[in-house]
Structures are given as C-alpha cells and as structure tokens.
Ligand binder design. Structure first.
Ligand SMILES: C[S@@+](CC[C@H](N)C(=O)[O-])C[C@H]1O[C@@H](n2cnc3c(N)ncnc32)[C@H](O)[C@@H]1O
Length: 410
C-alpha cells in the first residue's frame, strides 16, 4: 500500500542533486544505491525509485555534471522535477525521508578521488551511518557501480542542515557554543566572567597557549587541544553533539581582537555563538607604553590573507605622526610571508621613514614569567632575534590633558 508523501505544506526544496551514490559508512561497503539527494528546510530525502522519465534523468545528469565541473556548488534545482514530483516519489517506501532533527552528525571530506558527505541519522528506530558522493561515470556490467566521482563542495549542505537544526530547536541551538578570551597569559588577567563561562561548559577546546593559561580550571573537563590545521574536525564533531552540550572555545587575549578567522567559522559551524571578551595583549602593551588606544592605530598582521594594504596603513599612520600598536606576522613555515620586527624595520626604511630616529618598543611574553622588552630605534630591529610571541609599540603620542582645554570648562 503506498504511503502518503510527507512533504509539508510550504516545505521548500533547498537542493536536489542527482547521480548520488549512497553507501554504508564502513571500511568495506557492499551494496550501495544510486539515487537523488534532496535537502529541504525540514528533511533529507534519498530517492532511488523515481517516476521521472529516463530521458529526463539522462539529460539532467549530463547538465549537472557540466555544472559541477565548472563550479563545485552543490545547491541546485533541476527543471522538470519539482515539489509535486517529490511528493509522488515519496509514496514509494523504498525512498527515504529523514527529518533534519534526526540527523546526529554531518560532516564532509575531500578525497583524492572525490568529495564525501558523511551523515549519521536515526531512521526506522536504528542509527545509520551513510556516506554520499556524486558520480560522474558508472560501469554498467555486471552491476551498476560508480567508476568515477566528482569533486563537489559539500560544506553549504552541511551548514544548511546545521542552521535548520539550530533554528528549529527550542533553545535556538542544540549545542551552546562560547568563544572565551582568557587574557594574555598570566592567570591574574583571566576575568571572572571568562572563568565562570569555562567552568559552566562540558567541553573546552583551544590551542595549546590558551589552554595553558587556564590549566588550573580545566580539572574534570573534556579538553580538546587543537591546532590551526586540525581544528575543523573537532568543531564539526561537537556541533552535532548531544542536545544541551556546552562548548567553550578559548582564545588568548580578547576574542574580538585578531581571532576573526576562527570566530567567524565557529559562527558558521555552531549557528550561534556567545562571545565573552578577555583582556588583550594589546591592552597590556598600551598600558606599558602609555599609548591611549583611542589615539593610536592598532594593526594586526596576524592574518592569513594579504597584508599589503595593512603595511600601507602602518606606513601612513607613522608618517602622519600617529602611534601604532602592531601585532606582527610569524609564519615560520613560509618565511617569505613573515612580517616580524626585522621585516617591519626594512619595510619602513625602504618607505623613506626616519627609522634611525624613530623609537619602538618590542614586548615579548607579556604578563608571563619571562616577559621582556626591547626599547630602541627602528633601525636597531634589523637582524635582531625575537620570539614569535610579541607586540610592537611605536609611540608618537603627544600628551593632551584637559589643561589644554580650559576654554570649555564653562
Ligand atoms: C592571533 S593573535 C591573537 C591576539 C589575542 N587575541 C589578543 O587579544 O591578545 C596572536 C599574537 O598576539 C600576540 N600576543 C598574544 N599574547 C601575547 C603576549 N602575552 N605577549 C606578547 N604578544 C602576545 C603575538 O604576536 C601572537 O602571535
């Protein structure tokens, strides 16, 4: 007996991908299935038996392959197949329909041969682990089997599933994520608010330096030490964790300074994010060099994208007589991309600045036991060795107290 299609009134197809191979996510998977993958705002559907005509199917697969060879974007719709066709196909009980709320894990991986979407979901009372890939070519005999796969960017599909799950859960998000600034290193600079947020979380994630700062409050926590290169898997894993899980991702200094590449990604992965500010190393450098933050340029070169515009900004600010607090760019594996004190000095000298008379301070390991400061001319930086953990301060501040503004005392 056919079952009624369960596409709700107003439910929209977000993407419809044909020529998809689904198999069990095991080391050796036997008996995969070819079908169409749909993601709507409420469900994931896998249609392996369709009422659509063979000619439509062949033309659509060909068009899709051409499109995906040009762009890896997986969000698409196909002319000639719409919501009514999907409702009709879902009457066949060989086709699966899984509410997005039943998806427990979603992630993806690039392989040398193609791109894989991994999904774990509850279906018919069981937990199923499946992997999905888009097929370019098939061998047709003795049984239909993929022979060549396509490269496709599954990320928009995974993000969409997470966003929909977060939007439809009662608390707005199944997993609560916090980005917490833990200060520049010494425990005295860890705020009470940051400490409370971390203590209230089940899992604490961070790079080595940030975790070291809060070592004394990590007892009993599930701690995930990550690096720039491997953090993505951890966030993806936690974002699809059990409902009610609280995750703190900790950052040195302030979360809102020079951390946006990671913080922006956390927003995408977790759907929503609570940010707890911290005391930045920049504030400590400002305090030590007595440079008012509102009267100087604060520049971070600690970014992955090009810093050419920021270099110009630095030169211009110094030429204009402004003070500058600068976070340089350590990049030991790509020395040609580093912009450390010696490189800064050479750049400013080449730019015609009076580097012999221009004063600079370099603060290393601020607030930590081995804190050091170099004070001298910019010229002296060339050829001098520093660690990667430093802040530079160019002080051109002219004191301007309220005594200069008596006229407006009234
Ligand atoms: C990605 S930025 C993060 C900055 C951090 N969010 C903050 O507010 O301090 C990392 C860089 O900040 C600088 N830095 C952070 N903590 C420092 C400290 N205690 N002493 C000196 N420099 C520090 C170093 O240049 C380091 O490579």
């Amino acid at each position: 007996m056919p079952r009624p299609g369960r596409v709700d009134e107003g439910e929209e197809i977000h993407t419809h991908i044909v020529s998809v191979w689904r198999e069990a996510d095991r080391r050796i998977a036997i008996g995969g299935r070819e079908g169409m993958l749909f993601v709507t705002d409420k469900h994931l559907m896998f249609v392996q038996k369709t009422e659509a005509k063979l000619r439509w199917w062949q033309a659509t697969v060909q068009r899709q392959s051409l499109k995906l060879l040009k762009s890896k974007d997986p969000i698409m719709h196909h002319d000639g197949y719409g919501r009514d066709d999907l409702v009709r196909d879902l009457e066949n009980k060989k086709n699966d329909e899984i509410p997005l709320s039943k998806i427990l894990k979603a992630s993806h991986e690039e392989k040398s041969w193609g791109s894989v979407l991994y999904l774990t979901y509850e279906h018919k009372g069981k937990t199923e682990k499946r992997r999905f890939s888009v097929v370019l070519d098939w061998v047709k005999y003795p049984a239909k089997d993929p022979s060549r796969y396509m490269k496709i960017d599954w990320e928009p599909v995974v993000s969409f599933i997470r966003e929909r799950q977060a939007a439809s859960s009662p608390s707005g998000s199944r997993v609560a994520a916090y980005a917490v600034g833990v200060g520049p290193g010494a425990p005295e600079y860890l705020t009470q608010a940051a400490s409370d947020a971390i203590r209230g979380c089940d899992v604490v994630v961070g790079y080595d330096g940030a975790l070291r700062t809060i070592d004394s409050i990590l007892g009993g926590k599930d701690v995930r030490r990550v690096t720039m290169a491997d953090q993505e898997g951890t966030y993806q894993d936690l974002a699809t964790g059990q409902s009610g899980l609280k995750v703190a991702v900790v950052f040195t200094g302030d979360v809102n300074f020079s951390e946006s590449e990671v913080v922006d990604r956390l927003g995408e992965v977790f759907g929503s994010l609570t940010v707890i500010p911290g005391i930045s190393s920049v504030q400590v450098a400002a305090a030590k060099s007595r440079i008012p933050l509102d009267r100087c340029r604060v520049i971070s070169m600690h970014i992955t994208s090009s810093i050419e515009r920021k270099k110009l900004e630095l030169k211009k600010a110094l030429l204009d007589g402004q003070s500058v607090i600068l976070v340089p760019r350590p990049w030991p594996k790509r020395p040609e991309l580093e912009f450390m004190p010696g490189d800064v000095a050479a750049y400013l000298k080449d730019g015609g600045l009076p580097t012999a008379s221009m004063r600079v301070r370099v603060y290393e390991d601020l607030t930590l036991a081995g804190e050091r400061v170099f004070e001298g001319s910019v010229d002296e930086l060339e050829g001098k060795e520093f660690s990667g953990h430093l802040i530079m301060a160019f002080d051109q501040h002219e004191p301007d107290s309220y005594m200069n503004h008596k006229w407006q005392w009234g």
